[in-house]
Design a protein around this ligand. Structure first.
Ligand SMILES: Cc1ncc(COP(=O)(O)O)c(C=O)c1O
Length: 410
């Protein structure tokens, strides 16, 4: 049977087609996955049983018995957790549960952005956020970061510059608490300055806080949403990094008039109910104990990754020791082009994120790469980095010879 040809019927302007999934590479340093051993299975199984036995009949109605904003017990848990950990005062009705925080990005973008608009974003940023802006035809102005997060002097200059050109940015998108990919945490002083600048220029802040639970010492500055005296901060978060990404549960904290706009374009008639019910049952009892166990395991994997990089790449791999998260942002020598390293590394079984895909300034990202360490085992991390060093040496001549080990022996 010949198949029907849809090609001439496809809508114009579609992005390139997705690649067919052929399984995970042997050494997978991409994708923001979590640690499989740390998924709190027993408690999730019990939560699923308990909540279904008690409230399962509510599955007969769209939105359970909680309405379109999502399962009420989960929103109530979030309201008290956000107060306790991030200082955010919000009611459960100022929270909208989304299908992952990716949908939260789409909803915020959906109500604010049009083709030709300008937004401000960290120079290194989440690929999913950058891709969305490109697809929407939005101009992304990148602000450099240092060890304390987004640089406020550069932000002030960019805002002044845009103002002079008559451009009012639609928002300042930031991942202030364990930034993706740099792993930095925006200091409290800079948070004040960011809020001041945003207020002065009449630009809202879009705060993406999905990694804020994954800080090694558990200490985080208050959320921008909490610190703002004038509103103007939309806060989003996710259970992907703290529990499991396959659940697809994220959320938006904003005032009702904004959520009302977002609900009007949220076309899925509610996010998946079962995962919301399970989280709503699991979290009040177990979230606080689960997170430190998770971060201890992640920190151990990060140590393995940093040791392996030091051993295999020596001084050819530069990185800062992040305060939390699931990835390391690594600078390789200038002659390395990580977009060109990607394919031969993959052929050898190692998947990496090429830096240019994680930066507004592609040249800046050229010799950088993001390595996710949560999902690989300690052995896979060690072997994967050794393989990556071999491929990098073959393709670009660096590292010259397993640097630290050679030097240590000399
Ligand atoms: C900064 C940031 N925002 C949002 C997301 C989307 O995550 P999810 O849709 O799984 O909540 C990610 C995922 O890696 C991320 O790194």
């Amino acid at each position: 049977m010949t198949s029907f040809d849809f090609t001439p019927l496809l809508a114009p302007g579609l992005p390139p087609p997705a690649l067919k999934w052929t399984g995970f590479p042997k050494y997978n340093f991409t994708g923001g996955h979590n640690d499989a051993d740390q998924v709190p299975l027993d408690a999730l199984v019990k939560a699923a049983n308990d909540v279904l036995a008690r409230e399962g009949r509510n599955l007969a109605t769209y939105g359970l018995a909680s309405g379109p904003q999502g399962y009420k017990p989960l929103r109530e848990f979030l309201a008290q957790k956000l107060k306790r950990t991030a200082g955010i005062s919000c009611a459960a009705d100022e929270i909208l549960i989304t299908s992952g925080s990716l949908q939260a990005l789409d909803l915020v973008n959906g109500i604010l952005l049009s083709r030709g608009d300008t937004v401000i974003i960290e120079r290194e940023s989440y690929q999913g956020a950058l891709n969305r802006l490109t697809r929407l035809g939005v101009n992304a102005v990148g602000i450099p970061l240092d060890g304390e997060g987004m640089r406020m002097d550069a932000l002030a200059t960019a805002l002044d510059d845009l103002k002079r050109r008559g451009v009012r940015p639609k928002y300042i998108y930031t991942i202030p608490t364990v930034q993706n990919p740099t792993g930095t945490i925006l200091s409290e002083a800079r948070r004040h300055e960011l809020l001041r600048l945003a207020q002065q220029h009449g630009v809202p802040i879009f705060e993406d806080d999905c990694y804020s639970d994954l800080i090694w010492d558990g200490r985080r500055p208050p959320a921008l949403h909490a610190m703002s005296q004038h509103g103007g901060v939309i806060h989003i978060g996710s259970f992907s990094k703290s529990i499991a990404p396959a659940l697809r549960v994220g959320y938006i904290v904003a005032e009702w008039d904004l959520l009302a706009r977002m609900l009007a374009i949220k076309t899925d008639a509610g996010s998946g109910a079962l995962e919301q019910m399970v989280l709503g049952e699991f979290c009040p009892k177990h979230f606080d104990a689960h997170v430190p166990a998770l971060t201890r395991g992640l920190r151990a994997k990060l140590e393995t990754l940093m040791d392996a990089l030091n051993e295999q790449f020596g001084t050819a791999a530069e990185f800062d020791d992040p305060k939390g998260g699931i990835f390391l942002w690594v600078k390789l020598p200038d002659q390395v082009d990580t977009s060109k390293l990607y394919q031969p590394a993959l052929a050898a079984g190692v998947a990496i994120n090429p830096g240019p895909e994680w930066a507004t300034d592609k040249a800046y990202g050229k010799s950088r790469t993001r390595l996710c360490f949560a999902n690989a085992s300690h052995d896979e991390i060690r072997q994967g980095v050794a393989t990556l060093a071999e491929v990098c040496r073959r393709e670009f001549g660096v590292p010259a010879r397993i640097a630290n080990v050679e030097r240590a022996r000399a």
